[in-house]
Design a protein around this ligand. Structure first.
Ligand code: NAD
Ligand code: GLY
Length: 359
């Protein structure tokens, strides 16, 4: 088992990465300082893993909430069903909430924990690759609003993260690939050695080699932990985690939610950001090819949908949280392994990328 610490002074916490962690009773007991524990999961994950978790919690008074599966249920309404359970079981202020699931359950569980009685303890057990390498670490929690994704939320750090690579066995290939898009992101924005390792080991990752997966999760969490320690609330360097996301969000929204998984849209968006970085004179053709080739090796899409016009892209990118005074700002690459902070891009150069890359 590997242990990485997210350093945040008194709120520092460990990320445990390894095999067969769900059944390690001591991991739970070390981080639960209360009698009352509530486990939040969904209808897909609970039949697979809830029992293994509950068996480790026999010393506690335990309740569980099983939510429907899907991004469309990441709403205040379903947060309220968590509060209903907490209140009907008279859960007190020192209770612990365990989020057992992918990014949707992790974001919702964390948000419910942040709000209930102004904050109860919280443990993340991420079950998708995306959640293990990104969403479970760093304390971004929240839900969607009909007028915007992730628009209601809070920064709220967990007591620990338990990332058990074994649970990825039941994850389908498409979800695994989507998680790899976020893994590749760490190499691109700040870790050239990891990028080269990914180029050399991508076949092992796709074929679910346990050692390779554990290493990729560990390196991703190391990078994320360092970024979060430096910039918990995204006033600077944390924004580099948004590489490819401005284009990607436009693709997710423009194509209609559910057409592309988040990681798939990020893969395409990162290729567009690479093309734009080349037009800025920072990357060369070979760099861009290496990036595209790595996504292709993960079976990820690399070109935007033809139905999404450049005008529609601009329109959708104009509502991004990073923008200032109406100017579109994106994260670009100075080179492979080094990202820029959000920068306002020249309209003509952006237009060239949108008109020509993948068209
Ligand atoms: P998800 O939580 O919807 O999970 C994807 C699918 O896999 C679901 O159907 C789920 O039930 C299923 N699943 C999960 N674990 C499984 C397992 N082990 N075996 C079989 N099936 C399993 O999607 P996701 O990609 O994990 O997360 C996406 C969400 O994360 C989005 O809501 C996004 O906004 C959020 N997110 C948050 C952050 C953050 O920093 N907080 C970062 C990135 C993404
Ligand atoms: N997933 C982006 C962040 O945590 O900042």
């Amino acid at each position: 088992m590997h242990k990485i610490i997210v350093e945040l002074d008194k709120r520092s916490y460990p990320i445990y990465i390894g095999s067969d962690l769900l059944t390690k009773k001591e991991l739970y007991s070390q981080h639960i300082n209360s009698k009352q524990v509530i486990v939040i999961s969904n209808v897909t994950i609970a039949p697979l893993y809830l029992d293994s978790v509950l068996k480790q919690l026999t010393a506690f008074q335990v309740a569980s909430v099983i939510l429907p599966d899907g991004e469309q249920f990441k709403t205040l309404e379903y947060i309220s069903t968590i509060f209903d359970q907490l209140l009907s079981h008279k859960f007190s202020r020192n209770s612990t909430l365990i989020a057992l699931g992918g990014g949707v359950i992790g974001d919702m569980g964390g948000f419910a924990a942040a709000c209930y009685q102004r904050g109860i303890h919280f443990i993340q057990i991420p079950t998708t690759l995306l959640a293990q390498v990104d969403s479970s670490v760093g304390g971004k929690t929240g839900v969607n609003h009909p007028l915007g994704k992730n628009m209601i939320g809070a920064f709220y750090q967990p007591q620990c993260v338990i990332a058990d690579a074994d649970v990825l066995d039941t994850l389908d290939d498409r979800q695994l690939s989507a998680g790899l898009a976020e893994v590749i992101k760490y190499g691109l924005i700040r870790d050239i050695n990891f990028f080269v390792w990914l180029e050399n080991n991508i076949k092992a990752l796709i074929s679910r080699d346990k050692t390779a997966l554990a290493y990729a999760i560990e390196q991703s969490c190391l990078n994320k932990a360092q970024i979060v320690s430096e910039d918990e609330t995204e006033t600077g360097i944390r924004a580099t985690l948004n590489l490819g996301h401005t284009f990607g969000h436009a693709i997710e929204t423009g194509a209609g939610y559910g057409t592309y998984l988040h990681g798939e849209a990020v893969a395409i968006g990162t290729c567009q950001a690479a093309d734009l970085s080349k037009r800025m004179g920072w990357l060369n053709d070979d760099d861009v090819k290496r990036i595209i080739d790595l996504f292709v090796a993960c079976n990820l899409p690399t070109v935007p949908p033809i139905s999404l016009s450049s005008e529609r892209f601009i329109d959708l990118m104009s509502v991004d949280k990073k923008n200032i005074d109406g100017q579109i700002r994106v994260i670009l690459l100075k080179k492979i392994g080094e990202a820029t902070l959000p920068i306002g891009v020249n309209k003509d150069i952006l237009q060239e990328t949108l008109d020509t890359y993948g068209r």
